[in-house]
Design a protein around this ligand. Structure first.
Ligand code: HEM
Length: 118
């Protein structure tokens, strides 16, 4: 499950940057198709992450569930930010603050995923 999770968020990140570049270049149809594939990957991330999260939350052996809940929440926020950034780019808008939030959240998710949860 963890491999499916890592594979889907890794592919999603690449697809996110490629789709962003295509929206920037006004490559209408191509960017739309990649954006749709990216949305399917969001579902894969949510399904794999949600499945593991449910497993941890119902495991009586885990005393401190806080970091896992924070990790999952940050993951959902990151997906939301990717979608917001792309939809805004599609409309020709661009907000620096969303990128600031994106990078901070990405760093926090990777920190929680690898360093805190290990
Ligand atoms: C783009 C969004 C996301 C990214 C970049 C991300 C990243 C990561 C990383 C780096 C790990 C650690 C992998 C490893 O130990 O090899 C991980 C594990 C995990 N993620 Fe995510 N994740 C995302 C979304 C989510 C979501 C939405 C949820 C829950 C709804 C979630 C729940 C989990 C859980 C429960 C683990 C297992 C922790 C463990 O066993 O150590 N993630 N994720």
């Amino acid at each position: 499950m963890i491999h499916a999770h890592v594979t889907s968020w890794f592919l999603a990140l690449i697809l996110f940057f490629v789709t962003y570049m295509l929206y920037k270049k006004n490559a209408g149809k191509k960017s739309k198709i990649l954006h749709m594939i990216l949305r399917v990957l969001y579902l894969a991330i949510l399904a794999t992450g949600g499945h593991m999260l449910a497993g941890y939350l119902t495991d009586p052996g885990i005393v401190n569930q806080g970091p896992i809940i924070i990790k999952g929440t940050l993951g959902v926020v990151l997906i939301g930010l990717m979608e917001i950034i792309l939809v805004q780019k599609k409309r020709g808008e661009s907000r620096l603050l969303n990128w600031v939030f994106f990078w901070i959240t990405l760093l926090l998710v990777l920190f929680y995923g690898y360093s805190v949860l290990g």
